[in-house]
Design a protein around this ligand. Sequence first.
Ligand SMILES: O=C(CO)[C@H](O)[C@H](O)COP(=O)(O)O
Ligand SMILES: [Fe+2]
Length: 231
Amino acid sequence: MSGHTHPCCKIGPSILCADLSCLADECRRMIHSGADYLHLDVMDGHFVPNLTFGHPIVKCLRPKMPDVYFDMHMMVQNPEKWVESMADAGANQYTFHVEACEDIPALCRKIQESGMRVGVGLKPGTPVETILPYSDLFDVVLIMTVEPGFGGQRFMEDMMSKVQYLRTNFPDLDIEVDGGVGPSTIDVVAEAGANMIVSGTAITGATDPSQVIALLRNSVENAIQKSQLER
Ligand SMILES: O=C(CO)[C@H](O)[C@H](O)COP(=O)(O)O
Ligand SMILES: [Fe+2]
């Protein structure tokens, strides 16, 4: 047995395709269904060809659920611009895209100093090597398994080589996967070594979200257990 503690399984529903006019109710529905955190997709119409919401909405949501972990998926140009406002709004994790960032180490430090966990996101075309020089500066790597911008797209299985590479080289790292993840794709995600699972339409569109969350969790926990026995 090595001394590594495999990071634990966390399921974070994306509310992108939920009824955003009832955002707080939808978020509560996810938490009551067994979600560990909420994955909140911020889109600016520049980095991705779509728009969602920004820090003013997050700030209104925060007092309605003081203890819930908010993972901000920042699909925006100039991600350094919103760090203070998101921290002030009550975000817990600030996941920016390296493709949108000019100075990765400076942004990582800025996020950390503002009290949030640091997430770095990679679009499907971005190699994992891009972030390796900064591995001391981030807490989470987000591997996109669709082109960012829209929910309900098809899962890209060939992204699993990035997850495997990261899990092998960074056993303690939180590795998050986002895009097209659901009951039919979770097993390859879990076996590759991801432990933070974002799932949108598969959870919010289900008749029983708690059943889907339990299924996703079961797959990831089994894979973690298996990998620990193999050590
Ligand atoms: O970042 C995203 C899209 O850019 C969303 O988080 C993602 O697409 C989740 O939705 P689904 O599980 O339906 O793909
Ligand atoms: Fe996302």
